[in-house]
Design a protein around this ligand. Structure first.
Ligand code: MOS
Length: 739
């Protein structure tokens, strides 16, 4: 492991050491760690995707004569000649597919940018030239594009997928009718794309019957088993390698069309095939965050105590597969509501299938709830922080299940003290600095603590060297570091002497790196394997070098290897075996008998120029509590990145659509805006100590998807405080403020 312990890195109670990242040196020196960097046996051929120029219709003819004539072209695979494939189930229905649509399955076009051909050539340039010369004729239909487009039908989620009516408690209509103050408002969030810097690359090669994939993945075991089924081969013959991932955020868990196609091409050509798609192709060959609308009604009594909470959630999705997020069961657990109601709806169109994107349900749903909380606090004449503290709860009001720990009030106290919240004057437009209108806003952040089964193998040598192996994934979060740290702390050995291996399907299976489950699940399995090692050495805790050597002498061995399987409390231990079948059962969040969430409080300052309406965010403060913090340095980065992401999501990020043709317009990172250096203000992160002895072995909660939740609600409330204008449709745009 890396050997730098920066004394300036944050430290705190109930936390591990802030050691530097395991892969820090490789990352800053440009090590070959990403899928497309890895060496292949033999000279690879290069792929190029041809994607559809229309969103709906049929291919009527393909003329490949000019494409074939390009020197170096080896293969043009279309629906007319694709080798057979087995059906693929979607991630939401127990498979690994982004969509159940067959890759190159026929002439029908179901969305813009659908893969219609894979060209393989000796060089990337030849493949690209052939791709541009492939002449495809279409019969173009009129796509149903987004909310309100002709042809779009709205149904309840229950009607579409048979479940998902939303939680209910008491009589919400009566509760709202009897309230002193009620907010009724509609909030919307836009289409967003993950735009990971590492593209959706795929490299495939066959050695006899064994297929190896170098492909960025958040779930190598799921991918291995799922792809094997799709190709109709034995999963033992698929080797998925994804040691590091250059950004995922949910986009690299499910398998899209490109993967089986590249595998088939490599088989047919008998040599490695490498595919690096273009940025604009990445908007349509993978998933995205779908657009949502939330109609919220929220009431309180004369003292400010919450009464009824009703939330109608609309999500857009594809006609191919009804991917959706829901999320009302989580928002209903947030405060001491006396009555809860609402429903979830799906509208479907001729679009590629959406997929999870960082805090999939919480980003839209908590944005809406927290915005309504801010609006209701104002109506009740209360400070928004005091309003939330008054309505804190120790149990999920819907089912009475207690929180295993909940430190939201402590987070608000710490954030407020650091930010200087008490100096806020509540009236809109009451704070200014010359031409700049100043607004301060706040929000709660939350994310459910979910856990899955996990396995791990730990090898310990007499001299204190160790190796830990688990097919978990480091999507940039620091997983390698904290997995190694777990071994070091549990066994009492130097983290620099620990080798960590992840992201390879030949390793013992780990969960999908999604839902922020990795830390809670994988460190539990790793700690269990360490405890088994300690038991073999007749020890009950970290050992000194002398004691360990003595134990190995007694045992008469130089190395001990232990494998462990861990399952979350309340889950059948046999469920760990489903990992070997490519499954990943989840537990946690708003459970039947326990409620498990991490919390935070976010405060932001916006400055809006009174003349130009230019919006700046000079500073943000976030205070977070998430149980035991494995490594305050990597945790700090997760929170920092999360709040920056949240700010970008509130002010910049949106995929624009040509509503007539159903095509994404700004499908590049010049026009799809994300926060960059000059946008990034001072971000103060406070880690509030929290102990949770109940939640899992080490008492940890996932944090990767916590800090980006709530930022948008804080920013829109700050925009209102600065200007008196309520913006409820994200992202906030200057033109919305020109009123
Ligand atoms: Mo993350 S959106 O849970 O993969």
């Amino acid at each position: 492991m890396a050997d730098v312990t920066n004394t300036a890195a944050p430290t705190m109670a109930n936390a591990g050491k802030p050691i530097a990242r395991y892969e820090a040196r490789q990352k800053v020196t440009g090590g070959k760690i990403y899928g497309d960097d890895l060496a292949v046996p033999g000279k690879p051929a290069h792929g190029w995707l041809v994607t559809s120029a229309i969103a709906k219709g049929t291919i009527t003819a393909i003329d490949d004569s000019a494409a074939k004539a390009v020197p170096g072209v080896l293969m043009i695979m279309t629906h007319e000649n694709r080798p057979p494939l087995q059906p693929m189930k979607t991630f939401s229905t127990g498979g690994i597919g982004l969509t159940s649509q067959e890759p190159l399955g026929g002439p029908e076009i179901a969305h813009d940018g659908q893969i219609v051909a894979l060209i393989v050539a000796e060089t990337f340039e030849a493949a690209r030239e052939a791709g541009r010369k492939l002449d495809i004729s279409y019969n173009e239909g009129r796509p149903a594009t987004t909310f309100g487009s002709p042809g779009v039908v709205r149904k309840t989620t229950k009607e579409v997928v048979g479940r998902g009516g939303g939680p209910t408690l008491g009589d919400v209509e009566a509760a709202l009718a009897g309230s002193t103050h009620v907010v009724e408002a509609e909030y919307s969030t836009p289409v967003q794309h993950h735009n990971t810097i590492e593209m959706f690359t795929t490299t495939a090669f066959w050695e006899g019957d064994r297929l190896t994939l170098h492909e960025p993945s958040q779930f190598v075991w799921g991918a291995k088993v799922g792809l094997a089924k799709q190709l109709g081969i034995d999963p033992d013959n698929v080797h998925y390698v994804s040691p590091f991932v250059g950004g995922a955020f949910g986009a690299k868990a499910a398998i899209g069309h490109r993967t089986p196609l590249v595998a088939l091409a490599a088989k047919q050509l008998g040599r490695p095939v490498k595919l690096v798609p273009t940025r604009d192709q990445c908007f349509t060959i993978a998933g995205y965050r779908q657009e949502t609308k939330s109609k919220v009604r929220l009431g309180c009594d004369a003292e400010g105590r919450l009464t009824g909470y009703s939330h109608e959630l609309d999500e857009f999705t594809s006609l191919l597969d009804p991917y959706h997020n829901g999320g009302l069961e989580n928002s209903a657990a947030m405060y001491a509501f006396k009555a809860v109601g609402g429903d979830m709806f799906l509208s479907r169109g001729d679009r590629n299938v959406p997929v999870f994107m960082r805090s999939p349900p919480e980003v839209p749903v908590i944005y809406a709830l927290e915005s309504a909380m801010n609006e209701l606090a104002e109506k009740a004449g209360m400070d928004p922080v005091a309003f939330r503290k008054l309505n804190d709860t120790r149990v999920n009001p819907v089912n009475g299940a207690p929180y295993t720990s909940r430190s939201l009030n402590e987070c608000f106290d710490e954030a407020a003290a650091s930010f200087g919240w008490s100096r806020r004057t509540p009236a809109p437009r009451s704070m200014r600095d010359g031409d700049w209108l100043i607004g301060w806003g706040c929000s709660m952040a939350t994310y459910p603590t979910s856990m899955t089964p996990a396995t791990a193998r730990v090898t310990l040598n007499a001299n204190g060297g160790a190796k830990v192996e688990v097919a978990a994934h480091d999507v940039g979060t620091g997983a390698y570091t904290i997995i190694g740290q777990t071994v070091g702390e549990r066994l009492g050995i130097d983290p620099r002497r620990i080798i960590v291996q992840c992201g390879d399907s030949d390793l013992p299976p780990g969960p999908v790196s999604g839902g922020s489950v990795t830390t809670a699940s994988v460190t539990s399995a790793v700690a269990k394997a360490c405890d088994q090692l300690l038991a073999k050495m007749s020890a009950s805790g970290p050992m000194s070098d002398e004691d360990r050597r003595a134990a190995f002498d007694r045992i008469g061995s130089n190395a001990l290897i232990e494998y462990a399987e861990w399952t979350p409390a309340g889950m059948d231990p046999k469920q760990a075996k489903t990992l070997y079948e490519g499954g990943v059962p989840f537990a946690g969040g708003a459970g039947e008998d326990r409620t498990m969430f991490a919390f935070g409080a976010e405060m932001v300052e916006v400055r809006i120029n009174e003349r130009t309406r230019e919006i700046r965010v000079p500073r943000m403060t976030g205070a977070f509590a998430a149980g035991h913090i494995m490594n305050p340095r990597t945790a700090h980065s997760q929170y920092l990145g999360g709040m920056i992401w949240g700010m970008g999501s509130a002010l910049l990020e949106a995929t624009e659509m040509d509503r007539l043709r159903g095509r994404y317009v700004n499908d590049n990172i010049a026009e799809y805006l994300v926060a960059t250096n000059a946008d990034i203000p001072q971000v103060d992160i406070i880690m509030v100590p929290e102990q949770d002895d109940e939640i899992n072995v080490l008492g940890v909660k996932g944090i990767g998807e916590l800090a980006n939740v709530g930022t948008a609600a804080a920013i829109t409330d700050a925009v209102y405080h600065a200007t008196g204008v309520r913006i409820r449709d994200l992202p906030v745009r200057i033109e919305q403020l020109l009123v």
